[in-house]
Design a protein around this ligand. Structure first.
Ligand SMILES: Cc1cc2nc3c(=O)[nH]c(=O)nc-3n(C[C@H](O)[C@H](O)[C@H](O)COP(=O)(O)OP(=O)(O)OC[C@H]3O[C@@H](n4cnc5c(N)ncnc54)[C@H](O)[C@@H]3O)c2cc1C
Length: 492
């Protein structure tokens, strides 16, 4: 039987406990000790005698140089959460005991252009800051007896005729060489791996970019202790919306009795560091929860961040040395408003586990790993670049336009039909592959729901007028509405 992307994605999303450990190499080295690197190290711990993580920044519980966007809001989608629980059972409960907030559906809300959407959330969301999440992951990973972390800067690979054999890194200006049976690049979107490969005479993986041009501003505010009425809110607005200039606004209760609020705008629209402007935007243009949250005292300054593009490196295993893997943003990083990065990293760890459990021939490039990873990257890329391509008037294939049109129908219907909303959410939270939205049954239901919604909003005397109930594929392409910015995920 042929296994398509939807089936591969479903297998990777499995919550099966890890298989029995089988050692394949003496030492595995992970370059970069952030979320993707830590999850990869956890997987490798079952297949290597020892795992060494090389991370430039000293471990910290706060913001750090290597992750300059770390203080912006980070939502952990259900697809990533289940993987983290798979590798670290009880992770959510443990994080909650240390201050993270577990948000059930009754405490979540989502808005589109000021209107509250039906709530499709079925799971409990783990809500905390990104440094907190990373710290818990680091603690759990480094508690494994065969994993250790060294603070140093990776500066190159040793590669023989066919395979990577070791890693070079510097600590306090002194260069060290670590022999390795497997090396994982988890150095984030600025990874130098391509340069190193090229320098060693290998082909540089081609880099694709799609402009995102998104501007973030994040503020922290004091929150009354305990679970508030609503702990996780997302509000999105179409470009040119009369409701707000903010593309996506997100509010969540996090550890240390704080609110974290992020405002994301596109292009020239840059929410600044000015406290008064931030608070005024929250009070005047967003659902009342935002206004109530900024009544608390500010905790620290407003943090801003600009992300220019989504980017992916297309690793072609035929022109890669053996014993080399890439994970996380080093492979693909997306427009952040879709909240896919952490969950993609978790699914890359699932790819690594599936690859290693298959008993691979490590003397050959990791073909099956990269094939599985491509399914995960394609799924996230398709969702996150669709609206950006349209906003920047970039050419799209007919297949992409059709996909966008289908998603626009399903998305429109998901505002009112809870069955469709749940399926739509399962895709945007990375529990299911986007192909799950293209089944004839779901599409027919979406078209019907949109037609009924249209009739409800059309005055009786005007019902004979025939108008398309939602946009046609060509309209979708023009105005950029596909799966809307930040529509995803987070709550409803
Ligand atoms: C503004 C913004 C908001 C976001 N919001 C969300 C969200 O809501 N949900 C979500 O899931 N994702 C979100 N993301 C994406 C998420 O932050 C990334 O996908 C995630 O950080 C990727 O983790 P990573 O481990 O691959 O890379 P990174 O976190 O970038 O880590 C790379 C690590 O490698 C280290 N490193 C680099 N070079 C070297 C070297 N030479 N030697 C040793 N160490 C090195 C760095 O110090 C760093 O620790 C957001 C991103 C941005 C920019």
């Amino acid at each position: 039987m042929r296994t398509g992307p939807r089936q591969v994605f479903a297998q990777l999303s499995s919550t099966r406990p890890p298989a029995h450990p089988v050692q394949l190499v003496d030492t595995a080295v992970v370059l970069g000790g952030s979320v993707a690197g830590l999850l990869a190290a956890r997987v490798l711990a079952d297949h290597a005698g020892s795992v060494l993580i090389i991370e430039r920044d000293a471990p910290t519980g706060g913001g750090r140089r290597g992750v300059p966007h770390g203080l912006q809001i980070h939502l952990l989608l259900a697809g990533g959460r289940v993987q983290i629980e798979r590798w670290f059972p009880g992770f959510g409960e443990q994080a909650a005991a240390l201050g993270a907030v577990l948000v059930d559906p009754a405490h979540s809300a989502a808005y589109s252009d000021g209107l509250r959407r039906v709530n499709a959330q079925e799971d409990v969301v783990l809500s905390c800051s990104r440094p907190f999440l990373e710290e818990q992951l680091r603690n759990r990973t480094l508690a494994l007896p065969n994993v250790r972390l060294v603070t140093g800067q990776a500066c190159g690979l040793d590669i023989d005729a066919t395979a990577v054999t070791g890693v070079r890194y510097r600590v306090d200006g002194v260069e060290h060489v670590q022999p390795a049976g497997l090396v994982v690049d988890a150095m984030g979107r600025a990874s130098r791996l391509s340069d190193w490969l090229e320098h060693a005479g290998w082909k540089r993986p081609p880099l694709r970019r799609v402009p995102a041009d998104v501007n973030y501003a994040t503020g922290f505010f004091r929150r009354e202790p305990g679970l508030p009425d609503v702990a996780n809110v997302i509000a999105r607005h179409r470009p040119g919306s009369p409701v707000s200039r903010v593309g996506v606004a997100s509010l969540k209760a996090i550890e240390d009795d704080r609110w974290q609020i992020t405002l994301a705008c596109y292009g020239e629209d840059r929410p600044g560091r000015d406290d008064d402007e931030f608070v005024a935007l929250c009070r005047s243009e967003l659902p009342s929860f935002f206004g109530e949250a900024v009544d608390g005292d500010p905790v620290g300054p407003i943090e801003t961040y600009h992300q220019a593009d989504s980017r992916r490196r297309d690793f072609c295993p035929d022109s890669l040395p053996a014993r080399l893997i890439g994970v996380g943003d080093a492979v693909a990083s997306f427009n952040p408003v879709y909240g896919q990065g952490l969950s993609s990293a978790a699914l890359h760890a699932a790819c690594l586990a599936a690859y290693l459990q298959s008993g691979p021939r490590l003397t050959a490039p990791a073909r099956s790993f990269f094939a599985m990873q491509r399914v995960v990257v394609d799924a996230a890329w398709e969702i996150s670049t669709a609206a950006d391509k349209a906003r920047h008037h970039l050419e799209a294939s007919w297949r992409e336009r059709l996909g966008r049109w289908i998603r626009a129908q399903v998305q429109a219907a998901s505002a009112t039909d809870v069955v469709i909303a749940r399926r739509f959410r399962a895709v945007t939270v990375m529990l299911e592959h986007p192909a799950a939205l293209s089944t004839p049954g779901l599409l027919a239901r979406a078209l019907l729901a949109n037609r009924l919604a249209m009739r409800r909003h059309t005055p009786r005397g005007h019902r004979t007028q025939r108008r398309p109930c939602v946009r046609r594929p060509q309209d979708v392409r023009r105005d950029g509405e596909g799966v809307g910015a930040g529509e995803s995920q987070h709550s409803a």
